[in-house]
Design a protein around this ligand. Structure first.
Ligand code: PLP
Length: 508
């Protein structure tokens, strides 16, 4: 990393900034930070992918109180390199295969920089008309790319909003559904409302339901099976709903997933939405990771049936190259959101709002203040164009297919669930264990050796992977989606996996 020469202003003992936003200092320091980050990306493969520090690492390196006198950026960047970098897990590393990707890009980064640079607070249209209008436009662009039904677009009476996370999207839509239902059945009946999801749905929904005041005993987690590839079975959904109705409860909201976190299972949207419609329920489709792939025609069928849902969301910060945070939420009936989330303080009153010709996004989300997130999505869509975005996603999927073939061809390993997108779920197979052991190994032994494999791989610093457990089977998740990942990283990871597995099998 570059060395930093101290600016002459700081060579005196005391130095006072003339303004917290001096344009020339901004230019000088801004260039330094961009150079620093460009070097970081250039050298990212030199760092251990998963941070290897022990708890309280920073406490032992940084002072326990803030400096009274100013310090030059050069010193701060030097400390960043020395103390902060070792405590980072490098999510943009090409060998980060853990969880799901959180892919940035030059365009996503620059959009974020511009948004932070302007630092406007776009809670309502008048507070920065372009922030709202650009968001309206890019959400319709993106919705059209995904071939969402017209009813989810502004041009068709619905609309999209950029929120921080899926959890916020779930909470906002759940609040909308809750209030819509309570207007019909009376506020006192909140304790009767029931929500449904599969045992593979993301745990962020539980958080949303807790905050929305859903009675914890009315949280129906529907079991999935390997035979159904861990997707929701419509008959199980129907049975759960019927049992609740017979018990005097009120089915409210069903959270379906396209691309579950553990294994990228896809719930059958069409049949589920049909059942929900019979009971006047709200359906939200969470496609946090896999939704982005649906801009490619060959993956679009995973969204079939979305036309029956009330809302749909995906995280553009996962696999759409738009830096954290950027959750895209589309709703068919914005008025349901607005009724649940709007406030009308006198201090924000203005003619544009009164004219009802504008969107005031503060009424579409939980918080009041909001960032200009649309800029980064606009830059990503324009800088790469659909053609490259499809190419990036297909590239990741092809690499995953390549990795899957390597695993499938090796008798010591097995694929645990069929791959759909760019996540491969695999493990050391029980048969490989049995070949190495004198006594037949148990399922616990197989789980244990796979757990040890993940731990030893991650401790090596060369790769980072995480695990999942489904139906008692511990497996390794190999998720591809980093903006810098190439075949050589995948091949290198595979060699490493085989070597570590060999060593563990020998020692078992
Ligand atoms: N839904 C799915 C399917 C996910 O995979 C994730 C995170 O990986 C989430 C929701 C949670 O997203 P967020 O952190 O944006 O709330």
């Amino acid at each position: 990393m570059g060395s930093f020469n101290i600016h002459p202003d700081f060579q005196n003992e005391f130095s006072y900034a003339t303004s917290p936003l001096d344009p020339e200092e901004f230019r000088r320091q801004g260039h330094m930070v961009i150079d620093y980050l460009a070097d970081y990306y250039q050298n990212i493969e030199k760092y251990p992918v998963r941070s290897q520090v022990e708890p309280n690492h920073l406490k032992s390196h940084l002072p326990d109180s803030a400096p009274y006198n100013p310090e030059p950026i050069e010193n701060i960047l030097r400390d960043l390199q020395k103390h902060i970098i070792p405590g980072l897990t490098h999510w943009q590393s090409p060998s980060h295969f853990a969880l799901f990707p959180c892919a940035t890009s030059t365009a996503g980064f620059l959009g974020e920089v511009l948004s932070t640079g302007f630092n406007v607070v776009g809670f309502n249209w008048i507070s920065s008309p372009a922030a709202t209008e650009l968001e309206n436009i890019v959400m319709d662009w993106f919705g059209k790319l995904l071939k969402l039904p017209g009813s989810f677009l502004f041009s068709g009476g619905g609309g999209g909003v950029l929120q921080g996370t899926t959890c916020e999207a779930m909470l906002s839509t759940l609040a909308a559904a809750r209030d819509q239902m309570l207007r019909k059945i009376g506020r006192n009946n909140i304790g009767k409302l029931v929500v449904y999801l599969s045992d593979q749905a993301h745990f962020s929904f539980q958080k949303a339901a807790q905050i929305a005041g859903i009675n914890p005993s009315n949280f129906r987690v529907i079991s999935t099976t390997k035979d159904d590839e861990f997707s929701l079975c419509p008959n199980s959904v129907r049975s759960a709903i019927i049992a609740d109705v017979e018990g005097g409860l009120v089915p409210l909201y069903l959270c379906a997933t396209v691309g579950t976190t553990l294994s990228t299972a896809v719930d059958p949207l069409g049949p589920i939405c049909n059942i929900a419609e019979e009971y006047d329920m709200w359906v939200h489709v969470d496609a946090a990771y896999a939704g982005s792939a649906c801009i490619c025609p060959e993956f679009r069928h995973f969204l079939d049936g979305v036309e029956g849902a009330n809302s749909f969301s995906l995280n553009a910060h996962k696999w759409f190259f738009s830096s954290l945070d950027c959750c895209c939420l589309w709703v068919k009936d914005p008025s349901a959101l607005i009724k649940a989330l709007s406030t009308k303080p006198e201090i924000l009153r203005n003619q544009a709002t009164d004219s009802k010709q504008v969107v005031d996004y503060k009424d579409w989300q939980i918080s009041l203040s909001r960032r200009f997130r649309a800029l980064k999505l606009w830059l990503v869509l324009r800088s790469y164009g659909v053609v490259n975005l499809q190419k990036f996603i297909r590239g990741h999927v092809n690499m995953a297919e390549h990795f899957e073939q390597l695993v499938a061809m090796n008798k010591r390993f097995e694929i645990v669930v069929p791959r759909k997108f760019s996540l491969v779920c695999f493990r050391i197979s029980p048969s490989a264990m049995n070949q190495n052991c004198k006594i037949l190994s148990t399922e616990e032994d197989v789980n244990l050796i796979n757990q040890k494999l993940v731990e030893s791989l991650n401790a090596s610093g060369h790769v980072y992977m995480t695990h999942g457990v489904i139906g008692g089977i511990y497996f390794i998740r190999f998720a591809i989606g980093g903006p810098l990942t190439d075949y050589r990283h995948v091949d290198m990871a595979w060699t490493l996996i085989k070597d570590h597995a060999d060593a563990l099998l020998k020692a078992f």
